[in-house]
Design a protein around this ligand. Structure first.
Ligand code: HEC
Length: 355
């Protein structure tokens, strides 16, 4: 998110400061210090109450849309009534809704719930991963999730950007510096793949305004980088994301989390398969109860396969696919009488036999 504003004023979050005395910068000469890393997190994205995805636009400024009539043909405005929500508000004089000062849009090519076709278009349109606002009747969380990869320091501590900074200029001084410690790495040499080391630069901080005396700061694409004190220097903590609507993690990429299909080869399937295999000697009469017997003298000991999916494929090839491996006809005739469920259960069991 690179939404910028001209005001340098800060509204500060009230926070208990932890370990302010410690330095966040890397002091020893270990090569690892020149490295930036990334971590993944699973996040839900903001949708309207029907489940359609909503997006933000990096070229907007806080509380102001910069998407003109042409742009709106592709990115229709998310409109609604003013709500009692703290975070969802209409922009002044319009019915265009914004989340924590960030105007919201649909993408014209999202046709169904769960479509996220607009994400990262031109690198300026993004899904929004944010805390659900209280009293909000306009938006929801997606049921589906995204895996987001975001930027961290060498130890996996999250780095943030600040919407009130301008390119190469930090507007975080005083108490802000204590809540958002400066990230400075004098020699960035290794960054997560897909990023370029040349996008990391050093900016100068104003000595007159600085409270901490840290006068250099690392910036990514001109945006100064910070830690968040309540993250307590722990790897993988992102408590600072969306604070006041103006602090954000640095997204490297985001992908829809692939639906994990549960394996059918469960412990229960193994038990059921064992019953079919041995009782009443449906398979064990030829293969032996331990699967170690050469069936009808043929050198094909099934205990050696050890892979349920492979065994399912073999049984289905004989049953459904015209026996492509030209197996013994006695076996093919056995396979032809097996149901899908029996094949799954038998495969689960045969895969557990000692090789
Ligand atoms: C009448 C004897 C007989 C019975 C009963 C029998 N099989 Fe077989 N089975 C064979 C023979 C023979 C082969 C070797 C086929 C070949 O390699 O040509 C074989 C091979 C297999 C293979 C390996 C196939 C391949 O493509 O390599 C599997 C798996 C298998 N049997 C599972 C079973 C299961 C499960 C049962 C019980 C539902 C069963 N068999 C019952 C005779 C039998």
């Amino acid at each position: 998110m690179t939404t910028l504003t001209k005001t340098g004023l800060l509204s500060l979050v009230t926070l208990t400061l932890i370990g302010c005395g410690d330095t966040y910068s890397s002091k020893d000469s270990n090569n690892d210090n020149n490295r930036l890393k990334s971590l993944n997190r699973t996040v839900n994205f903001l949708t309207d109450t029907d489940g359609m995805s909503l997006y933000t636009f990096d070229k907007d400024t806080l509380n102001q849309s910069n998407c003109d009539a042409e742009c709106q043909k592709i990115w229709p405005l998310f409109v609604g009534a003013n709500t009692t929500s703290e975070d969802i508000k209409v922009l002044d004089g319009t019915d265009h809704l914004a989340y924590r000062k960030h105007p919201l849009y649909y993408f014209v090519n999202d046709n169904a719930i769960g479509n996220v076709n607009g994400d990262n278009i031109k690198n300026v349109w993004h899904l929004l991963y944010a805390p659900k606002s209280s009293n909000d009747s306009q938006t929801e969380y997606s049921a589906e999730t995204m895996t987001q990869t975001y930027l961290t320091d060498k130890d996996g501590r999250t780095l943030y950007t600040f919407d009130k900074d301008t390119e190469g200029v930090s507007n975080c001084y005083g108490a802000c510096e204590e809540t958002w410690p400066i990230y400075y790495n004098s020699n960035v040499q290794s960054v997560p793949t897909t990023l370029k080391t040349s996008d990391f630069t050093t900016i100068s901080r104003d000595a007159n305004k600085s409270k901490t005396g840290v006068l250099k700061q690392t910036a990514y694409k001109g945006k100064p980088l910070y830690y968040f004190t309540p993250d307590a220097k722990k790897s993988g903590v992102t408590k600072g994301d969306w604070v006041k609507g103006v602090w954000h993690v640095v997204e490297i990429s985001a992908q829809k989390t692939s639906t994990v299909v549960a394996s059918p080869y469960t412990a229960e399937a193994v038990e059921k398969g064992k019953v079919i295999f041995t009782n009443p000697a449906k398979c064990s009469s030829c293969h032996g109860a331990d699967g170690q017997t050469k069936p009808l003298g043929v050198d094909n000991i099934i205990a050696r396969y050890g892979d349920a999916e492979l065994i399912t494929k073999k049984l289905k090839d004989m049953r459904d696919n015209g026996n492509p491996n030209n197996r013994n006809s006695a076996m093919v005739s056995v396979a032809s009488g097996l149901s899908d469920e029996a094949i799954i259960n038998l495969s689960a069991f045969v895969a557990t036999l000692k090789k």
